[in-house]
Each structure stands twice: as structure tokens, then as C-alpha cells.
Design a protein around this ligand. Structure first.
Ligand code: G1P
Length: 301
């Protein structure tokens, strides 16, 4: 079995219903919520493309049409931007447009869990390794996490997982891995557990929503029983596959904002705005001023 085939495709699951962001997500997919001026899902697509991914498979669900529209051409809009002299914005939109035929969409018909969503992409991925990016997890750093995963994959092959360290009390929100010996710039994964109680967690290295997986995961997912939260869990299927193939972890050198939580989403907006050449200074001054006024008001109360 060749566990070093090139990684050309990525899966981005966008089927979740976003109840944590109601009422914002009543009529709009959570993946279209904006961090500064881009939808959350755009960041995942950019990260994948910057890492050399050629084809992206979105696993969608009902009421997600705007994601498909977002990654389509907009000739009328471009023409009107050009007419208005807004050439820079038109060029930026052209730059963001994926090449024709390089995105596919398939539907997860029922919300049975992340493992099931990934399994829905099996025919579109076929018999080759693929990257998986959970778009709620927004990578912030000098480069995206998938590029680092591909470096470790090139060095070691097999399956590669993006990890970061969390506070011990946060382990029950994530998949947690057990750390083995060092491999290249990462380490061997010797165990995995989805959303453990703090006392049962094998480490504080959590899965940050970036993966490179071999296609054999699909056969395991096909019969994977439900796990944590009564959902078909990808982590459980990966644990089975780890009995047959190597799994390595890549500690991400940046940080990931969990935009599935309100706090993480707000932090992502502030962090990305502060990093922007056109906004950073003004946002810094405004946030500092808001905090000063908030402190003064709470001292007076
Ligand atoms: C999923 C995965 C989990 C991972 C997390 C990252 O959980 O099952 O292992 O740590 O994404 O966001 P979810 O957030 O869908 O509950």
C-alpha cells in the first residue's frame, strides 16, 4: 500500500446547522458569517489552495446554497465594479474564484456526525489521500496549518493530524491524542479519544480541525457505530485505522480560533482585524478605548 501518494484534494464539511449562532444563522449558513470581511469558509479554502490543494469537495446540507454561490463567478458584479472604477476589488474577487471544475458539492442528507459527513465525500475523493479542513477552526499564523501537515506527510507519509495544546479543562470539547516518539517535526500518535473527561484525557494535545487521511478511512466509516454525542465520530474511525497505518501529529506553530464558539469567533475578528494593514491601528485604538471606558464604568458602578 502506497501511503505517500500526493495530496491533491481536500474535503471541507459545511453541513452543520449552526444552532449556537442563532438567530444569525436562521437564514444564513454559519460558514458564511464574516471574520472582518470574508466568510469563515473562505479562509479554509484559501489555506487549502495555498498548501497546493487542487480540488475541494464541500459536504453541504439543505439551506447552504449561498456557499455554492460564493465560490461561483459573478460576471454582472465584476462588470459593475469595473464600470465604477473599483478595479482592485474586481481583481481581488477574480483572484478568490476557484478555477472552473476545481470544486464539487455533495450533500450530507442527515446530521449523523463528522464521520458521516466525511464518508459522504468518498466517491468524489476516490482512492487517494486527502486533506480535511473543518472551517469553524480558523488558523491564524505566518502560514496555514495544512501546509505544515503536508511537510510532515512528505517526510513521514501515512496520516497526519493538526494538533495544538489546550487548557486541561477544555479537553472535553475536542478530540485528544496520545503523544508517542518524535517523528520529523511532529510526533507519532499512539491513541485518540473524542471529547474525553479531563481525568481520562491522554494529553492536552487536541485535534485542531486539520487532517491528512488515507482513503482506507472510508471503509471504516461505512460501518462506524455512533460514539460521543450519539454521532458517527471521525476520531473513532481514525483510532481503528491507526491499528493498520501510521498516524503522526503536527503541532501547529500558529493558533486556531474556534469560530464554532461565540468567544472564539469574536477573538478571530479582533485578531484578524489587528493584523490588517488597512485596519489594524484603528481597531487597536478603538478596542483599547472601549476597554478603558468599560473599566472606568465598572469601577464607578
Ligand atoms: C470535531 C472533532 C474533534 C475536533 C474538533 C475541532 O468536533 O470531532 O475531534 O477536535 O472538531 O473543532 P466538533 O467541534 O465537531 O464537535
Amino acid at each position: 500500500m502506497d501511503l505517500r501518494k500526493p495530496v491533491r484534494k481536500a474535503v471541507i464539511p459545511v453541513a452543520g446547522n449552526g444552532t449556537r449562532f442563532l438567530p444569525a444563522t436562521k437564514a444564513m449558513p454559519k460558514e458564511m458569517l464574516t471574520v472582518v470581511d470574508r466568510p469563515v469558509v473562505q479562509y479554509a479554502v484559501d489555506e487549502a489552495r495555498q498548501a497546493g490543494i487542487e480540488h475541494i469537495v464541500f459536504v453541504t446540507s439543505r439551506n447552504k446554497h449561498s456557499i455554492e454561490d460564493h465560490f461561483d463567478d459573478t460576471p454582472e458584479l465584476l462588470a459593475s465594479l469595473e464600470r465604477a472604477g473599483k478595479t482592485r476589488m474586481a481583481d481581488e474577487l477574480r483572484e478568490l474564484l476557484p478555477p472552473a471544475g476545481s470544486v464539487s458539492f455533495t450533500r450530507q442528507q442527515a446530521p449523523l456526525g463528522l464521520g458521516h459527513a466525511v464518508w459522504c465525500a468518498r466517491d468524489l475523493i476516490g482512492d487517494e489521500p486527502f486533506a480535511l479542513l473543518l472551517p469553524d477552526m480558523l488558523c491564524y499564523g505566518a502560514r496555514g496549518c495544512v501546509a505544515g501537515l503536508i511537510d510532515l506527510y512528505t517526510a513521514a507519509g501515512g496520516n497526519v493530524l493538526g494538533v495544538e495544546q489546550c487548557e486541561p479543562e477544555e479537553v472535553s470539547s475536542y478530540g485528544i491524542v496520545a503523544r508517542g516518539e518524535n517523528v520529523a517535526h511532529g510526533f507519532a500518535v499512539t491513541g485518540m479519544v473524542e471529547k474525553p473527561k479531563p481525568a481520562e484525557a491522554p494529553s492536552n494535545f487536541y485535534l485542531n480541525g486539520r487532517y491528512i487521511l488515507q482513503p482506507e478511512i472510508f471503509d471504516i466509516l461505512a460501518t462506524q457505530p455512533r460514539g460521543a454525542g450519539n454521532e458517527i465520530q471521525l476520531t473513532d474511525a481514525m483510532l481503528t485505522l491507526s491499528g493498520r497505518q501510521p498516524f503522526h501529529a503536527h503541532p501547529y506553530e500558529g493558533r486556531t480560533f474556534d469560530c464554532g464558539s461565540k468567544l472564539g469567533f469574536i477573538e478571530a475578528n479582533v485578531a484578524f482585524a489587528l493584523a490588517r494593514a488597512d485596519l489594524g491601528e484603528a481597531v487597536y485604538a478603538s478596542v483599547a478605548d472601549l476597554i478603558r471606558k468599560h473599566d472606568t464604568a465598572s469601577r464607578a458602578a
